[in-house]
Design a binder for this molecule. Structure first.
Ligand code: NAI
Length: 332
């Protein structure tokens, strides 16, 4: 039976990397039925809605989506499509593995980090208002429920996959109540996992520690904003944003997307690296219990990196997006 998956190509480099990844997925032997939808500015032009009702219904039906990046206007305009989808489907866990690929030399070889980012609360609740001209307030919302379930997700993952240590990253020295609650919940969950070490680091120190010695960390548990920022920092360990995958996971649904954005600076040139979305698709294959196909794609991807003949420009090669996809297909 075919897997029905909602496909959101997105904008900027989204359609290019999505096309490359879909070609590779189609060649795995797994059967797919894609339900393709526009979102963001493109959807507004066609449907008069930033997220068409049919897109919501499609995700509700299929429970799984593969998504390219969608541009969010800065300082005004419509609300982030990404944040809206995560909230709508209560995709509370943002899971981002950071791991070097063979053959790709970076300043930090052998990094193997897991980022678990709370995905529905914090500063991303979008509650901002102008109190009086010149004064605005932006609310950060941290709840016991939200903090407990993300900590539970991190510890469950650690136990299941043999991860040794979880660091909660916080600023509870300043945000005593909000980050304090986040820590309190994490500590409580940690008590049920004596087999996983638990520690806490302050966010600013963490950034320095990561750059000095990322190997001291195993799994990072972070609130929404800290997780967003630290993800991009950690992407640099393994070669940049073109590489790091992500999964937004809820109780019922999951949306798989790269950490990177729509990269308008390189859009439409067939030079974007599709690896991040491809590795997100590998996470999706595991989620769908298509383990053999997941391993096949990952192995082909690693072969292409190890050979170093057909890499994209962001990682020192000369290949285009589609040429890179051809190489992965040939390796498969
Ligand atoms: P970005 O991630 O789009 O780009 C940052 C830098 O990384 C750029 O130099 C870009 O060329 C490079 N880069 C990113 N992905 C790459 C790839 N696959 N291959 C090669 N190079 C790549 O971040 P930026 O510029 O801050 O954001 C652009 C837009 O994307 C914004 O509107 C932002 O809101 C949106 N965005 C969307 C996300 C999503 O849909 N999940 C996530 C992050 C940002």
């Amino acid at each position: 039976m075919a897997h029905k998956v909602t496909l959101i190509p997105g904008d900027g480099i989204g359609p290019e990397v999505t096309q490359a990844v879909v070609r590779i997925l189609e060649a795995t032997g797994v059967k797919w039925e894609w339900e393709r939808y526009a979102a963001g500015a493109e959807a507004f032009e066609i449907f008069g809605e930033y997220i068409p009702g049919e897109l919501y219904e499609s995700i509700e039906r299929n429970k799984v989506a593969l998504k390219g990046p969608v541009t969010t206007p800065v300082g005004g305009g419509f609300k982030s499509i990404n944040v809206t989808l995560r909230k709508k489907f209560d995709l509370y866990a943002n899971f981002r593995p950071i791991k070097n690929l063979p053959g790709l030399e970076t300043r930090y070889p052998g990094v193997d980090l897991i980022i678990v980012r709370e995905n529905t609360e914090g500063e991303y609740v979008g509650l901002e208002h102008e109190v009086v001209p010149g004064v605005v307030e932006s609310l950060k919302v941290i709840t016991e429920k939200g903090s407990t379930r993300i900590a539970q997700f991190a510890f469950d993952y650690a136990r299941k996959h043999g991860r040794k240590k979880i660091h909660s990253i916080h600023k509870a020295n300043i945000m005593k109540l909000s980050d304090g609650l986040f820590l309190k919940c994490a500590r409580k969950v940690a008590e049920g996992f004596p087999d996983v070490q638990y520690a806490e680091h302050i966010i600013d120190n963490t950034c320095m520690q990561l750059v000095m010695n990322p190997y001291q960390y195993d799994t990072l548990l972070l609130e929404n904003l800290y997780g967003d920022i630290v993800s991009d920092l950690c992407a640099a360990f393994v070669g940049g944003l073109g590489l790091v995958p992500g999964a937004n996971i809820g109780v019922d649904c999951a949306i798989f997307e790269a950490v990177h954005g729509s990269a308008p600076d390189i859009a439409g040139k067939d030079i974007a690296n599709p690896t991040a979305l491809l590795q997100s698709a590998v996470l999706m294959l595991h989620h769908l219990d298509e383990t053999a196909a997941a391993e096949k794609v990952q192995k082909a991807l690693e072969t292409v990196y190890a050979e170093r003949k057909t890499l994209t420009r962001d990682v020192g090669g000369h290949a285009g997006t589609s040429q890179f996809a051809d190489a992965v297909l040939a390796a498969m």
